[in-house]
Design a protein around this ligand. Structure first.
Ligand code: SF4
Length: 196
């Protein structure tokens, strides 16, 4: 465990290797799991703001759930807001690309230049998960191991890409450049030490 700007970062984030392999998993994280994607408090009004623009990118089933349940759900079990699910399965914002792989409808609208919000930062950061307690200001970044991502572990090893490197764009988005530079320095120190 290292501490970067008061945030605990597990060694796995700095040492393990990971690179999504969509050919193998088809984006299964969008439809597997018991909960929707975690949403930050500041993302809730953003969803309300962009909903009109992203509607054409969503599936009929997703739209029906959002109309019935609202744009986000509060998950009592882990005390967080998240994206609603369609019948406990796919994320309501999930759609498919032309190759039949799961794709985030929000992200699709972003790439079309329709909105300037890429997608929830938790999806962007994955496989890093943020654990936090707002009252104590505690925050930790952990590597979330999930068997559906096994092909990503193999590809990460092949390409020699560490978890934090894979999630660089999302880390920069959430924590900024100075944080990433410190994280990178800690990773280099840790990984050189392991190789010695
Ligand atoms: S996080 Fe896992 S399931 Fe999702 S796209 Fe990457 S490898 Fe596939």
């Amino acid at each position: 465990m290292v501490i970067v700007q008061d945030i605990l970062v597990s060694d796995d984030v700095l040492e393990e290797q990971f690179m999504c392999n969509l050919d193998a998993c088809k984006g299964a994280c969008c439809w597997e799991g018991e909960f929707g994607a975690p949403l930050e408090d500041e993302e809730l009004p953003i969803l309300k703001k962009i909903y009109k623009d992203i509607k054409p990118y969503l599936s009929p089933a997703g739209l029906a759930v959002l109309k019935k349940e609202g744009l986000y759900t509060f998950y009592e079990d882990n005390q967080m807001h998240g994206t609603p699910l369609i019948d406990g399965g796919p994320c309501a914002y999930m759609t498919y690309n032309e190759l039949g792989m799961a794709q985030c409808g929000i992200e699709k609208a972003y790439y079309d230049g329709v909105i300037d919000f890429k997608k929830p930062v938790s999806c962007h950061l994955y496989p890093i998960r943020v654990e936090k307690d707002d009252k104590s200001d505690f925050q930790a970044l952990n590597y979330d191991r999930w068997d559906i991502c096994s092909a990503a572990c193999e590809l990460g090893k092949e390409k020699k890409v560490r978890v934090y490197e894979f999630a660089k764009a999302a880390i920069l988005r959430k924590y900024g450049e100075a944080f990433y530079e410190e994280l990178e320095a800690a990773a280099e120190y840790l990984n050189n030490k392991t190789e010695e």
